[in-house]
Structures are given as C-alpha cells and as structure tokens.
Design a protein around this ligand. Structure first.
Ligand SMILES: [Zn+2]
Length: 542
C-alpha cells in the first residue's frame, strides 16, 4: 500500500521530461524573452470565448492592450495548433503574420513609437487539444455530469495557456491591469472564470458570463469552467477586511461541498497568519468544481478531490496528518501566495511555486495542530523525493526542474526554519516575500538573496547545494569515548551548514565541514543522532 501511494504521488507530481534533454528552436521561441516579446509590456487582456460543447470547439477574440517599451514592428503571439488565428485587427485594419510552429509574428506597417499605449484584437477559433491526463497533460476536458449535462474545463500549466487562446505565453510578463473574461455557454449552463462576476447577457441561444480580474494574473491561471453549477458563498473577515469567498459546484454535489468546503475559512486563517493578507481581495476567492483533480487558477481555484480529505483519499506523508485536510483546498489555495502573487519569471524556477506551496501544507498543520504535527508531515513527505535531477531546470527553453521541486523544496524550507531558530522571524520572512514581491514575477536568485539578507545567514552554498545539485549532504561521524568527530560528504565546495546533533539525547549544534572536526563532551557518548528536521543523511563510521 505504501508503494502504491508512493507511486501515485510520483506519477501525479512528475510534471514533464526525462533527464536527457535536448532543446529545439520551438523551445527557445516559447521559453525565452525574444526580441519580438521584450519591446512591449502587457497591460490588459479582454478575452471573449464562445464554447460549443457539441463540436468541442471554441471561437473568440483577445484584445491585447500594451505599452511600447522600445520601438519595433514585429510582435510575437503564441497560439498552439490545432487552434488557429483567423484575423488580427489593429486600428480597424487587418495585419498580416507569419508563423513558426506555435509562435506567430505579427507585422505592423511601421514601427510603433516608444511609450505609446496600443491595442490590437486577435480573432481565433478551433478545437483545442483534449487533455489526456489533466491537470498534468493539459488541455480541455469535455465531460458530462450524472444528469447528462456538459461539464467542461481547461487546465494548461506546463503546456501553456496558448493551448487555447492567443497571448504572450511566457511567465515574465503579466497584464498589469488584469483580464476581462467573457464566456458564452449554452443557455442551461453556467460559465465560471477568474475574478468577479460582473454581468451576464441573455442571447438568443446562449448566455454570456462576464468575469473581471483587476490584478495581474499569470497566463496559465486564466481558466473557464462550464457546468450545471450552483453557487453558495460566505464572507471572511480577514487581514485586509471582508473577503468574498464563493463556491461553484455541480448541482448534484452541493450538500457534500457545503460540508467539505467548511475547511476553507481555516485555510485562509492559517495562510494569512503565515504569509500575510490574501493577495487578491479585490477579485475575491473562489473554489470551482472541475472534472480533474485541481489547479491553482488565480481567484478561482479549481477543485476535483471528490469531497474527501487527503490527496484523492491518500496521505502523501504516510504519517496520518495528510488526512486531516483536503489536499486540493490547502495546496491549490496555498498557490495564491506562491505562484499567483509571487510568480516565477521562468518555469526553470517553478520551485518558487511548488516548493513553497508544498511547504505551506505543513504550515497549515502547524497553525491548527502544532509544530510536531507539521514536522511529522513535512518530514514524512521525504519519501516522495527522487533525487533524479536538480530542482532548478534549464532557463529560456520552457524547462521545469525535477518533481523534487515539491517535497525536497518543502524540506529545504523546513531546514531553513531550523537554521533561523526563530519562528517569528521566519514568519516575517515569508510575509516579507509576499509583501516585497507583491504581484511580481521573480527569479529564484531574487528569492535566494532576499532570504539570505533577511535571515542574516549567507545561504549561497545552501541554495547551490539543494537547488542546483541532486546531492543530499551526508554527515559522517565517529564516537570515541567522550569525543564526537564529524564531517560532511556529498557536498559542494564550501557547504558548511550547521546541524543539531542529539548527543545522549541532548541537543547540540555542530558545525561540520568537509574536514574532520571533533567536539569533546563531559560524559561518555552513548547515542548520537542528527535531528530529523535537518534534511541531511547521516552515517556512523566504526
Ligand atoms: Zn502545486
């Protein structure tokens, strides 16, 4: 059973790619900030989509507003086949474009002037890729509920938002003023998007649902969900005032949802405590039921965990603590702080999303069940760690690091908390990250430097070792009477993280390096153990 759960976790969390990786021109076009992307700064998307469930097709338009940073006349827009661009309209005239795979290059008739605010509209249509294994192998999911009504959603983390709508599909640039999202559905269904419902239109044979996001949003967070939804909600009195919490679930599941979603307030309380105010009060918080496990769509977290605790009923940590909460409510909502508020500039640094959010699971437990429960859980999740590849991937080619970004990420943050030896200070750092990088895209290097500075600990080798190699530091030690000798193996040059050793069950800080060092104790040493909270291996040499 343990093995099954382990495999389940592995399969579910392994995102893409084997270790031997070669990159092609398409990877560079999609994964780098090309000259055709860098000259314009996104301001706003107005995305209108009509969804036809019978033909599994979409038709729509995206009006992109942007500021010209540098005068240029070619713009890169991404849209993945089989979706197609039908036309591009700029100042009432049609623009031509050339395509290189999924990257499309729009040609303006003359260079756009620096500092001007511009907009163009792209009309598109097609049958978007059907998701094979959502949310990991993404696309659209077309299902029916038990009453025979259509139940439709998209999930496209990794593969990219351009799987269904044309946009600047790179995480470094977000629309500063948000997104207006209009979803047209058959009359008997409800379309739910991100942000707030600001209006509906009754058409002859359809209905249009207008949603508004007023904050910057990452592309992969933009989502549409269609079903026979019912709505209920509550108001949470939080750190920035009243927060609207809304729930959209299938009619058949309303009773279950009303019970299971009672956890949401406790989630919000725990995360506001650890990370500071929910980052999108203006846009509200939502849980939306979908026909796949779930995803961190900003201000509309999607949910498909069968209204039960754990991860589809399993405890990823194997300690029992993972059954105290609904994994999808806690984990995906944790991403509102790490992924949606603080977003990676390049997916190579996606551990900023998944490492901090996997770590948030234990902070939720810490808040409600105490420090030991939290430690049990995060240490328990070490069984998911593969050590196959480094946590950080390859930059500029849309390449994510190892799935170890989740629980190795969580465990190095748990180790850092020990190094600080000051939980209030640690909490201030986590809140500081969310305040100082509020609504920004950042690199891992920026976060590494921030934590080094805020903690007063030079973490250069710490980050290098844990994020950029697969080596787990090994503490070797020998006991001779009253004397304990120790050193590190499996480390990079200069790695010298102190750890707590339990010597005769008493806590003692020791400071191993690559060289043997000794420490003499007043009594004969009967037992030695490295405190479990530090993510290191240890071995006694005879
Ligand atoms: Zn996640």
């Amino acid at each position: 059973m343990k093995r099954t759960i382990f495999l389940l976790g592995f399969i579910c969390f392994s995102i893409i790619n084997s270790s031997a990786q070669t990159f092609n021109r398409q990877d560079s076009l999609l994964g780098s900030i090309t000259p055709e992307r860098s000259w314009w700064d996104l301001k706003h998307y107005k995305l209108e989509v009509t969804v036809d469930p019978n033909t599994k097709s979409l038709q729509g338009s995206n009006t992109i507003r942007y500021r010209v940073l540098k005068s240029h006349d070619v713009m890169q827009i991404d849209l993945q086949a089989p979706m197609e661009i039908d036309s591009i309209i700029y100042r009432k005239k049609s623009l031509s474009f050339t395509s290189e795979g999924n990257a499309h290059f729009i040609r303006f008739t003359k260079k756009q002037p620096k500092d001007s605010d511009e907009q163009l509209t792209i009309y598109f249509s097609g049958k978007p890729r059907v998701a094979r294994r959502p949310p990991w192998d993404g696309g659209f999911t077309w299902q029916k509920d038990t009453n025979g009504k259509f139940f439709i959603a998209n999930a496209n983390q990794g593969i990219g938002a351009s799987i269904w709508w044309p946009n600047k599909d790179h995480p470094y640039d977000e629309p500063d003023q948000g997104v207006r999202l209009s979803i047209t559905t058959p009359k008997d269904l409800v379309g739910v998007g991100n942000g707030r419902l600001v209006g509906t239109d009754e058409n002859d044979n359809s209905k249009t649902w207008h949603w508004n996001v007023s904050n910057p949003i990452n592309n992969y967070g933009v989502n549409i969900n269609i079903g026979d939804y019912v709505h209920f909600g509550e108001t949470y009195s939080g750190l920035k005032g009243d927060l609207d919490m809304d729930y959209w679930v299938l009619r058949e599941n309303e009773a279950k949802a009303r019970k299971q979603f009672q956890q949401t307030v406790g989630m919000m309380e725990a995360f506001e405590h650890w990370f500071g105010p929910y980052p999108f009060y203006e846009d509200s918080f939502k849980l939306v039921e979908v026909p796949y496990l779930g995803m961190e769509h900003q201000s509309s977290v999607t949910y498909g965990n069968n209204y039960g605790n754990g991860y589809l009923g399993n405890d990823l940590s194997g300690t029992g603590w993972g059954l105290k909460f609904d994994f999808i409510i806690i984990h995906e909502a944790g991403h509102e702080w790490f992924a949606n508020n603080i977003t990676n500039q390049d997916v190579a640094d996606m551990w900023l999303h998944e490492g901090f959010t996997a770590y948030s699971e234990n902070l939720y437990l810490d808040y409600h069940y105490g420090k030991n429960a939290a430690a049990d859980y995060v240490i328990g999740t070490r069984r998911m760690i593969q050590n196959d590849r480094p946590i950080i991937g390859t930059y500029n080619v849309r390449h994510e690091g190892s799935s170890d970004m989740y629980y190795k990420g969580a465990n190095i943050l748990h180790t850092l908390r020990q190094l600080l030896e000051d939980d209030e200070r640690w909490r201030a750092i986590l809140r500081g990250l969310n305040k100082d990088f509020y609504h920004q895209t950042v690199s891992s290097a920026m976060v590494e430097q921030y934590i080094s500075k805020a903690s007063g600990i030079d973490l250069t080798e710490f980050w290098e070792q844990y994020l950029r190699t697969t080596m787990i530091p090994l503490v070797e030690y020998k006991v001779d009477g009253n004397q304990l000798s120790f050193r590190y193996e499996d480390i990079i040059k200069g790695f010298d993280m102190p750890v707590i050793a339990l010597v005769n069950e008493e806590e003692e800080w020791i400071f191993p390096t690559s060289e043997w060092k000794s420490k003499t104790f007043s009594e004969k040493i009967q037992s030695v153990e490295i405190k479990r909270d530090f993510f290191v291996n240890s071995e006694k040499l005879e």
